[in-house]
Ligand binder design. Structure first.
Ligand code: F6P
Length: 336
């Protein structure tokens, strides 16, 4: 069997670990041949495909980024309702030319959508969820998330001492796209006093009151963790908007930090390495068993899979009854 593997969308820690998991299992256990497709779906369109060998897999487990490169190419997207180039046909030509029996697509929500469309054209597809945002529907956790949370938590930890020294309000903006998972998990782990998520509406007066009440209790500083996806005005970035509003409401000296791409770079945590490895292995099991059109997923502690058609187009968001939100509220943390 000959399989192609591609990585698409924003990178995250753990992609190389999953490439390694797929390739080593496919080659050593199942005797498959593996081909790397460069720059996501663009490599399928442009026929940018190379054979992978054991030698290509050295040092991957703890390496950030992706050795295959990535892009946000959406080959099924139409411009003005027409396809400017027939990219779907170009992809099929590449798959035929290299006699690929299956394409393994590693990516976030956009990738799952494209992978589902590719499967609809009759191509054998197996996908693996990856994103720091943790917003892929159908899996409890995607690899990359734990690493991003750990980086953001470390950053929040560091803000406590400077906030306390200067008696300031520190606002830190973390990534997550439309979801608040990184803000919730790093905010709770980092001891944030106010945590703002796109999923939970907030009232700026309430936030101001929380900060003033902390002062009354002898805590003249506060840590505010905001998800990048919260609603703002006039196109302002989340941290800037919240910092300005807090300063206006409370008169407290306020500073903002936007953590940015640091959350996506570098080495994966041990949890992410093992999750990525297990997911990669399971993808090859699906291929060997002829179970195509599925996305590998983590359900509880078990690695399983779900139909791609059920995943595509859905977002997994934080809900008000999430146990960390409930517990945070019980402890007096303000969610808005
Ligand atoms: O999906 C991962 C992510 O890092 C989001 O958290 C963020 O909103 C987005 O990608 C940034 O995208 P880009 O790499 O296109 O700047």
């Amino acid at each position: 069997m000959r399989i192609g593997i591609l990585t698409s969308g924003g990178d995250c820690p753990g992609i190389n670990a999953t490439i390694r998991g797929v390739c080593k299992t496919a080659m050593n256990h199942y005797g498959m041949e593996v081909f790397g497709i460069h720059s996501g779906f663009r490599g399928l369109v442009d026929d940018d495909v190379i054979p992978l060998t054991e030698g290509s897999l050295t040092g991957l487990l703890n390496m950030g980024g992706t050795i295959l490169g990535t892009s946000r190419e959406k080959p099924f997207k139409r411009k003005n309702n027409t396809l400017t180039e027939d990219k779907p046909a170009m992809m099929l030509k590449t798959i035929e030319k290299h006699q690929l029996d299956c394409i393994v697509c590693i990516g976030g929500n956009g990738t799952q959508k494209t992978a589902a469309k590719l499967a609809d054209t009759g191509v054998n597809v197996v996908s693996i969820p990856k994103t720091i945002d943790n917003d892929v529907w159908g899996t409890d956790v995607s690899f990359g998330f734990d690493s991003a949370v750990s980086i953001a938590t470390d950053a929040i930890d560091r803000l406590h001492s400077t906030a306390s020294a200067h008696q300031r309000v520190m606002v830190i903006e973390v990534m997550g796209h439309k979801a608040g998972w990184i803000a919730l998990y790093s905010g709770m782990a980092g001891g944030g006093d106010i945590i703002l998520l796109p999923e939970i509406p907030f009232d700026i007066h309430n936030i101001g009151d929380t900060i003033i009440n902390r002062l009354k209790k002898g805590k003249p500083y506060s840590i505010v963790v905001v998800a990048e996806g919260i609603p703002t005005v006039n196109g302002k970035k989340a941290a800037q908007y919240i910092a300005e509003e807090i300063e206006y409401e409370t008169g407290f000296e306020t500073r903002e930090t936007v953590l940015g791409y640091i959350q996506r770079g570098g080495s994966p945590t041990a949890f992410d390495r093992n999750l990525a490895t297990r997911m990669g292995g399971h993808a090859t099991e699906l291929i060997a068993g002829g179970q195509f059109g599925r996305m590998v997923s983590l359900h509880g502690s078990e690695i399983t899979s779900v139909p791609l058609g059920e995943v595509a187009g859905k977002l997994k968001l934080v809900t008000e009854d999430n146990d960390l939100v409930v517990q945070g509220r019980r402890m007096g943390i303000c969610f808005g």
